[in-house]
Write a protein that binds this ligand. Structure first.
Ligand code: HMG
Ligand code: MG
Length: 306
């Protein structure tokens, strides 16, 4: 099967990567990470989230981070907004500090929806609808993250029909593109393809992205499985940071470095400079006092050290 010739990666490290960190990370360091990612050639960066600081304290500096980043032309900056309160906070700043895209985030699992955003799937869609409408009226793009599309920490395996149902609801309220997320990294290629296919019934392939956590070491093969279906948008975190505070035991997103290494090795263009990306991962890992969680980064740095 012919694979896509190019892939667009969204680095979600500043948001998904850091939201789960217990140690405080300064706004300055977060801004430094965004700058390094855009210099490495990332064209989309998920910067922060406008959620309750009581639920996710690490993202409490959302406005400060959005204010501090010096934007690079051609780069799309997105933020999570679960409700109108979050959306209003995201656009409280002057227009040039608004996000280019907001993300509403729902789940294919009822139990995860309750734990993560404190409401049912149906209620979440009711909350998202005015957010989507307000964003689109202001010319802000809207993405919908769909969590637990293959497995849930509370409900176990998730049937593809539940993913299709959520995708249909998202489409119905005007969400323009969706992320098929394996929040806890339990998916394997055929299951991920089934979740993708259920989504493809409602969204064009160009409007679907893969978001794979690497808990069981399956994220790269799952990426390949999605590529086989023609999916060419993926989310990943530099240095493999991350995890969701409401998905216990789940580790970070697949490392952007590892995805880029795989894609470049397959002749698939990303526009990303792997060396600069590795340095971005080292920067944030040093700030956190640990090694980057990326095999490609480790191998290349070992080689560099000669
Ligand atoms: P709630 O408690 O149901 O909301 O939270 P509420 O409307 O009843 O309000 C309760 C309090 O929260 C009030 O404050 C509100 O003002 C405040 P109080 O009167 O008690 O002082 N509040 C807010 N504050 C700031 N920003 C807001 C906001 N909304 C209400 N936007 C809510 C509902 C969704 C806000 C809450 O459950 C929450 O913040 N959850 C955090 C969810 C989160 O960030 N999860 C991690 C991101 S999702 C993820 O990681 C998965 C993903 O990566 C894909 C994947 O891998 O699956 C995207
Ligand atoms: Mg995630």
């Amino acid at each position: 099967m012919k694979l896509p010739a190019q892939v667009k990666l969204v680095d979600v490290g500043p948001r998904d990567g850091l939201q789960n960190e217990k140690q405080p990370v300064s706004a300055e360091v977060k801004i430094g990470l965004v700058h390094r990612l855009q210099d490495a050639g990332l064209k989309e960066i998920e910067v922060t989230s406008f959620v309750s600081p009581k639920w996710v304290p690490q993202m409490a500096d959302n406005a400060e981070v959005m204010h501090g980043i010096v934007r690079k032309p051609g780069v799309l900056y997105s933020v999570l907004t679960p409700n109108m309160k979050g959306f209003e906070a995201a656009i409280a700043a002057p227009r040039d500090e608004w996000p280019d895209e907001i993300v509403v985030f729902g789940a294919a699992s009822e139990a995860f929806s309750q734990k993560n955003i404190n409401c049912s799937i149906a209620e979440s869609i009711e909350r998202f609808a005015p957010v989507v409408e307000a964003a689109r009226a202001k010319g802000i793009a809207v993405r919908g993250a769909m969590s637990c599309t293959v497995g849930c920490p509370y409900e176990g395996e998730i049937a593809p029909a539940k993913v299709g149902y959520l995708a249909q609801l998202m489409k119905g309220i005007g969400v323009q593109r969706v992320d098929v997320a394996d929040t806890i990294g339990v998916g394997t290629p055929r299951k991920v393809q089934a979740a993708m296919e259920a989504t493809l019934a409602h969204f064009d392939v160009d409007a679907i992205s893969g978001h794979f956590h690497d808990t069981y070491g399956q994220a790269l093969v799952n990426t390949l499985a999605a590529l086989e279906l023609g999916v060419w948008n993926f989310q990943s975190s530099s240095a493999g940071l991350g995890g969701c505070p409401y998905a216990k035991g789940a580790t970070g997103n697949v490392a952007t470095e590892d995805v880029v290494y795989m894609l470049h090795g397959m002749g698939i263009a990303t526009g990303i400079d792997l060396d600069k990306l590795i340095d971005a991962g080292v920067y944030i890992s040093e700030a956190l006092g640990r090694e980057p969680n990326s095999r490609a980064s480790k191998a290349i740095r070992t080689k560099r050290a000669g």
